[in-house]
Design a protein around this ligand. Structure first.
Ligand SMILES: [Fe+2]
Ligand SMILES: [Fe+2]
Length: 235
């Protein structure tokens, strides 16, 4: 299966003009498109409506997770319904199988990496925050265990590894992802993981278990030579 992936569209008709031409090749190059969150800029239904109108015309099956920007207006349930009505598989602690390939997805959360992972100690506010990161990890775990396919791909918005956020200011690494997600990826031996959010991170990394991780944030993909609005994987 040929899979295209991108994240961080922050969709507006104006910003889409930059990639419109290149996106016409998608249908010839890929059997499925992954959208790894931040599909909209402010999570407004009207943004989602114009995003969907554009992407449905590409006539490629879409698997998506939401990103933090899609939650900004608190209308994430409405956005999810709009996407599902168009046939988009929105993963939120759930799995989807197609042609022998499984997709496990969740938004993920922040909290840092490796020795820097924030732990649940002290104030209730800190504990609640850490619990949000743990909950996203549990959702990914549930999604992975739902899949019966041998090949499994993990889709999150936040990064599961520090490798792919390098390039961003080091002070904000803890806000770009959580290595708690990588523990699940390794335990279930995904073939690869894709994420976004770190617009100025690095294209590739690995979990400690050796699973390749790809940052498919659009600004990062468009900064390559030659620029291309999606990354292709053959699995
Ligand atoms: Fe983003
Ligand atoms: Fe984001």
């Amino acid at each position: 299966m040929r899979i295209a992936a991108l994240a961080d569209l922050h969709f507006s008709p104006q910003s889409y003009d930059r990639i419109r031409e290149a996106m016409t090749r998608l249908r010839d190059e890929a059997d499925l498109l992954i959208l790894a969150g931040d599909l909209t800029n402010l999570g407004k239904p009207e943004e989602m409506e114009s995003m969907l109108a554009t992407f449905m015309r590409l006539r490629v099956p879409i698997v998506a997770v939401l990103g933090n920007h899609d939650l900004e207006c608190g209308k994430q349930d409405e956005l999810t319904k709009m996407m599902m009505a168009e046939g988009v598989k929105v993963l939120d602690g759930s799995g989807y199988e197609r042609d022998g390939v499984g997709f496990a997805g969740t938004k993920g959360f922040i909290g840092g990496f490796g020795r820097g992972v924030l732990t649940a100690f002290g104030e209730p506010e800190v504990k609640a925050f850490v619990q949000s990161a743990i909950n996203e990890t549990l959702k990914l775990e549930r999604a992975m265990s739902m899949l019966r396919t041998e090949k499994r791909i993990v889709v999150t918005h936040y990064s599961p590894v520090v490798d792919t956020v390098r390039g961003e200011p080091e002070q904000i690494y803890p806000y770009l992802g959580s290595s708690r997600l990588a523990e699940v990826i390794d335990r279930h031996q995904a073939v690869l993981a894709v994420h976004g959010h770190a617009h100025h991170g690095a294209l590739e990394g690995k979990t400690t278990g050796g699973v390749p991780v790809y940052n498919v944030a659009l600004p990062l993909l468009m900064a390559r030579t030659p620029p291309a609005p999606y990354r292709l994987f053959d699995v």
